[in-house]
Design a protein around this ligand. Sequence first.
Ligand code: ZN
Ligand code: ZN
Length: 386
Amino acid sequence: MVLVQWRSIFNLRRLYENIRRAINWRIFQAVLTFRTLTYNTHMSQGYLVDCLFEPIFWFVDNFAGCLGKVFVFCVTVLTAAVVAIAYWVGLPYWWERNPYITVFLVIFGNWLLINIIFHYYMGVTTSPGHPPDGAMISEAASICKKCLSPKPPRTHHCSVCDKCVLCMDHHCPWLNNCIGYFNARYFFLYMVYMVTGVSFLIIAGFDLGYQVLWVNDNGGLTQEDDPELIGHPVRMNQSGVLVPVQVIAEYDSENLPRAHNLPAVIITEAQRITAHALKRKAVVFMVIMCLSVFFALGSLTIVHAKNITRGETSIESHLNATLRKTHTNHQFRNPYNFGRQKNWKLFLGLTQGRTFLRHILLPSPHPPTGTGLTWHIANNGIEDWP
Ligand SMILES: [Zn+2]
Ligand SMILES: [Zn+2]
C-alpha cells in the first residue's frame, strides 16, 4: 500500500515535468514561428515608433478634412470674439484716457484687422497649386507613387489632400488647406499680422488688464445684479471708510437726487469694468487668448522666417538637415538658396517693380513669380531670374 502511494507521487512528478516540457516546447515553437513570420532586417526603433503612430496617421489622413472645417470655424469665431471685446471693453477705456490716442489705436488696429482677414481668407481659398493632369512636365524630377504622375522639383504628395502639391510646405488644419507655392505668402503674412495684432492688444490692453485683474478696484461700485443697497456698506468719497446705508434720504419727493455740495466720486472706466462681471471675464479671456496666440504663433512665425531666409520649405528644412549631416565633407548646399535678400524677395513676390509699401503693408493678391513647375537653381548662373 505504501509502495503504491510512493509510485503515484513519483508518477505525478513525472507527469508534471512532461506537461511543463510540452508547454515550454509549444511556447518556444510559437515564439519561433512569430519571429520567423515578422522578421525584418530594417526593424529599428524608428520603424517601431512609426508603426505605433500608424493609428494617429490614419486618423489624421481620414479626419483632417472634417477637422479642418471645425478649425477654420474656431479661428473665425475666436478672432471675432477678440475684436468684439476690444471694442466693447478696450475702446471706452482708451476713450476716457485720451480720445486722440484712441483714434490712432482704432485706425492702426483696423489696418491690422483688414490684413489678418485678407490673408486668412486668401490662405484658405487659394489653391497651393498642383501639377497639371496628364501634361508632359519636362522638368519632372520623379514620379509620385500615389498619384502615379510626374512630380516637378520641390513637389510633395499630401496624404490629407491626396494630391501632389507644388512647393509643398505642410498641410495646415487651421487653414484647412495645404500650404504650397501659390498660398505660402498668404499663410506667412497671416501669421505675421496675427502675431502683430495680439502684440498690439497686449501692449494697448496691458494697463487695463493690470487695473482690472491685479489692482482689482471696483471703486465701490456694486454688481448690476446686486439686491437693494440698503444694509450694505458703501465707500464714500474714495476715503476708504465704509458707511452702512441706513435710510435713503438723498431723494426728494420726485425721486430725483437732492442737490448737495459734496464732492462727487470720480469713477474710472477701469473701475466700472472691474465691477462688471461679464466685462471682467472678457478681460480674462483676452489675456488667455492673446498670450497663447502670441507664444504659439510667434514661435511658428520665427521657424518659418528662418526657413524663408534659407530658401527652404518646412519639408525641405527636414530633408536638408539630414543631407547636411550625411554630407559633412562635401558641404551640402541648398540649390534654391539665392541668398537672404533674394530669398525673401522671391517668397514675398517683390519682383517686377512691386513694393513693400503697396504689396506687403496693404492687402495684395499678386501671385508669386513663375509657375511652380520649373525652378531656377542658385548656381546655374542664369541672370534672368527676377
Ligand atoms: Zn502625388
Ligand atoms: Zn494637404
